[in-house]
Design a protein around this ligand. Structure first.
Ligand code: ADP
Length: 617
């Protein structure tokens, strides 16, 4: 600047030739040019001729320097003149210096009306006659510090506000609330989260812009045309969005007089394999260049938003895991209490009877006693078999063997084993198994368990009226229906009836026995046949269980068709179910004679247990 100042022809300018300059101007210019601190001098109250040093060049930028040397300050700083002029007038009139700290000034520098902050003082340069001949201004730019502090406070806010978030949606909302606290740097933001299959992306939160605006997509395919979602997610890198006006139309301005012209789309990175990925779209400050510093700040914002979402999401997952563990624990407790009761009753009967036999003179059991022991042994075996089947299915170790079967005859045979119990209980029993022309592929042991469990329940919960078993071929499906005119199931229990260990509290049945396994087992066995089971029931009117399995064998694993059996160990006999039913009928007959009606099953507890593992089968 020293060289430029010397080579300038000052004689043709309002300040005149250097030789005629007052001493105070010469001294001030000399100090200015020698100083390493940014200094500008404006000489003459009218023209305000501008002198400056090397350190001051950065205030002027390429558009003003070097033309600003010798230029009138009024001309050079016309965009700020409404602020500067009153200050200068005060100095010229009173001789008192000004002091401005971190004063925001919108200067035409790298871009028109660039946001900047400056600390400076205007002091008068006295002439020989003690009037003020010009202004000496030492100034320092504080833009980086002021904007840096603002951005730091946003990042602090972003981390602090979301600590209480318990779900990722809440983390998005709270993050957006925090982003709204710095609308200078982030005039508006849109937070999008990708769905689990990575096919669509949905708006989760916004700041500075209404989410209801029709132009803003709420849930769109990743490759939609408005925002570069797919590009950002694939490259995992930010992407500039130019021509914001063209895309959005009416762009919100935030605290600025003008709206942003560009935006930036930044990746929200998932934590781990299962976290939430997304894209954060940020409208950019229209008065700052998008330089490295700004971009680094935006990356920090996106990283903090990602961390907020990841923290809340992992908290959510952790709570779900804890809840699932608690559920398993509840299931275990329910199972133990159901099952231990189920084991104790027959064991007590066996023990009591055998002890009597041992104490008798013959040391033997005969007739009715021996039958009672045998019956209870069968009951125990049935229970253990059910448990074994269930645990094998749960562990995914069961392999069915599908054999071509005359399903109508097979089912009718199974049903017939209940006939005498039904008769004894005074129930009408209808077996309507229509002949099906082609053989149906079923695992016979499994089918036996399906039919017997449903029939046994129908008998257990029906005190008068009718039980019906039917088989039909309907639209390529084999339809088994077991219906009764019994107690029915309360509507609120129906969604849980196939859950493991679930029993209806205070259900009226012929026996309080039960583990809550029967229907869960039926459902698993039906699934192994590629089918489904459902129930329709009205309390006090009766229930109808419908099993549907596809006909043919294409839906079945080909290597299990007609192969060797693997459930042989748990094969049961229909007689064990029928015997149990006869026993219930007999005890009802006895208790009727004692004028008592029926037994209340189970405890008051309503066991709602998750169907864990069912989907594994
Ligand atoms: P369990 O019979 O061992 O209790 P299940 O899984 O077979 O277990 O049945 C669960 C519950 O569903 C039974 O306790 C009973 O309350 C209800 N239930 C099942 N079948 C019927 C039915 N036909 N009528 C009324 N209630 C039924």
């Amino acid at each position: 600047m020293g060289w430029l100042t010397r080579s300038m022809d000052w004689s043709s300018m309002p300040v005149g030739p250097v030789d005629l300059w007052p001493e105070s101007l010469k001294t001030s210019v000399a100090i200015c040019l020698r100083s390493k601190f940014p200094i500008v001098i404006w000489w003459g109250p009218e023209h305000l001729t501008q002198f400056y040093n090397d350190a001051y060049i950065s205030f002027l930028g390429k558009t003003k320097h070097p033309g600003a040397l010798g230029q009138s300050a009024r001309e050079c700083w016309k965009e700020l003149w409404h602020i500067i002029d009153p200050m200068l007038k005060g100095v010229f009139e009173t001789g008192e210096a000004t002091w401005s700290q971190d004063l925001p000034l919108m200067i035409d520098r790298v871009m028109p009306r660039e946001e900047g902050y400056f600390t400076f003082s205007y002091s008068g340069i006295p002439q020989n006659d003690l009037t003020i001949g010009g202004i000496f201004c030492a100034c320092v730019e504080t833009t980086d510090r002021v904007i840096g502090e603002r951005q730091l406070s946003l990042l602090r806010e972003l981390a602090a506000r979301t600590t209480e978030a318990r779900a990722w949606q809440e983390a998005c909302r709270l993050s957006a609330d925090a982003l709204a606290t710095d609308r200078h740097d982030l005039p508006f933001t849109l937070m999008y989260i990708v769905d689990e299959e990575m096919r669509t992306i949905s708006l989760a939160a916004t700041s500075g812009i209404s989410a209801e605006r029709t132009i803003i997509p709420q849930c769109v395919a990743l490759d939609n045309s408005l925002w570069p979602f797919a590009k950002v997610l694939e490259s995992n890198a930010p992407c500039s969005i130019l021509n914001l006006q063209g895309l959005l139309g009416d762009v919100p301005t935030g605290p600025w007089p003008q709206p942003p012209t560009q935006a930036m789309a930044l990746p929200i990175q998932p934590a781990g394999q299962t976290g939430k990925a997304g894209v954060l779209i940020v409208g950019l400050n229209p008065h700052r260049p998008v330089d490295d510093k700004y971009q680094r700040f935006l990356s920090l914002v996106a990283a903090q938003v990602s961390a907020n979402i990841a923290d809340a999401y992992s908290y959510e997952q952790e709570s779900k895991r804890a809840e699932a563990l608690a559920e398993i624990d509840r299931a275990k407790t329910a199972f133990f209490s159901n099952v231990s009761h189920e084991f104790r009753t027959p064991l007590t009967l066996i023990l009591g009877t055998t002890e009597e036999g041992l104490n008798s003179g013959e040391c033997a059991l005969r007739g009715a006693e021996l039958e009672l022991v045998h019956r209870n042994e069968l009951r125990l075996l049935k229970l253990v078999n059910n448990l074994l089947d269930f645990s094998r299915i749960e562990a995914g170790r069961v392999e069915a063997t599908y054999e071509p079967t005359d399903i109508a005859a097979f089912t009718a045979g199974l049903a017939s084993s209940f006939r005498s119990a039904m008769q004894r209980a005074g129930l009408e029993f209808e077996v309507d198994c229509q002949q099906i022309s082609e053989p149906v592929f079923i695992d016979r042991d499994m089918w036996e368990k399906i039919v017997l469990n449903l029939l046994s329940n129908a008998f257990k919960f029906t005190f008068e009226g009718k039980v019906t078993v039917s088989i039909q071929l309907v639209d390529g499906w084999i339809k088994l229906q077991v219906s009764d005119t019994g107690t029915g199931i309360p509507a609120h229990e129906l969604p849980h009836i196939f859950e493991r260990f679930h029993r209806v509290a205070n259900a009226k049945g012929r026996s309080y026995e039960g583990t809550g396994i029967g229907l869960a087992l039926v459902q698993e066995l039906v699934k192994l046949h590629g089918g489904s089971v459902k129930v329709q029931s009205n309390e006090g009117e009766g229930s109808c269980f419908t099993v549907l399995i596809p006909k043919g064998k294409n839906h079945l694993p080909q290597d299990r068709i007609g192969g060797t059996r693997s459930m042989a160990s748990s094969a049961i006999r229909a007689s064990s179910y029928a015997d149990e039913a006869l026993q219930w009928a007999a005890s009802q007959f006895r208790s009727n004679r004692r004028r008592s009606s029926w037994v209340h099953a189970g405890s008051n507890r309503v066991d709602r247990l998750s169907p864990r593992g069912r989907d594994r089968v």
